[in-house]
Write a protein that binds this ligand. Structure first.
Ligand SMILES: Nc1nc2c(c(=O)[nH]1)N[C@H]1C(S)=C(S)[C@@H](COP(=O)(O)O)O[C@H]1N2
Ligand SMILES: [Mo]
Length: 167
């Protein structure tokens, strides 16, 4: 019994210790699905390495494809990513209120060659606290403006009218 009380106090203490310990990202799907992913969940996904130029310096960023992360809330990929599914926006929000929108189609590796990842490492180390724990990196971007630091939430939003046609 005492041991359980102690565990509860320990867990509550960790929860109160502040956002630095909340190493998770909130996900919301287009149809109301939601999930919270943490380092453990991310570690189970296939990893990708991307070279990315930040203000004239090339760095290697590692992490899962952003579209693989979004599988937790159900997104179409590959051949299924067609018609109205291509009218979905992926809104990435950061701790400081910075928001960047990607199109779901540009996240899909079977649609487009340049990869977009949720990086948790740079040059083989965890991201520095100012940038991480998670940062979006879009391979091929010529400026790092879309490379959202300190990602907190990712939402998928449908922009097509309901009943849109499949072409
Ligand atoms: N959360 C967050 N991410 C952000 C920004 C920001 O203001 N907040 N600025 C963007 C811009 S405009 C640039 S140029 C790069 C800067 O990357 P650096 O901090 O690694 O130099 O981060 C991008 N990611
Ligand atoms: Mo910038």
């Amino acid at each position: 019994m005492m041991r359980h009380v102690f565990s509860l106090v320990l867990i509550a203490g960790l929860a109160l210790a502040g956002p630095g310990l909340a190493q998770s990202v909130r996900l919301q799907g287009a149809d109301g699905q939601s999930a919270v992913i943490d380092a453990e969940a991310l570690a189970r996904l296939p990893r990708v390495s991307v070279s990315f130029n930040v203000h004239g310096e090339v760095h290697r960023f590692d992490g899962p494809l952003l579209i693989d992360v979004l599988k937790a809330v159900g997104v179409e990929q590959g051949a299924a990513l067609r018609g109205p599914a291509l009218a979905q926006a992926v809104r990435v929000s950061a701790a400081d209120g910075y928001v960047v929108v990607y199109g779901l189609g540009e996240l899909d590796p079977r649609t487009r060659g340049n990869r977009i990842i949720l990086a948790d490492q740079v040059d083989g180390r965890p991201l520095p606290e100012t940038d991480g724990p998670y940062r979006v990196v879009a391979e091929g971007d010529l400026r790092p403006a879309r490379a959202v630091r300190q990602v907190e939430a990712i939402d998928v939003v449908r922009l097509a009218e309901p009943g849109g046609t499949l072409h």
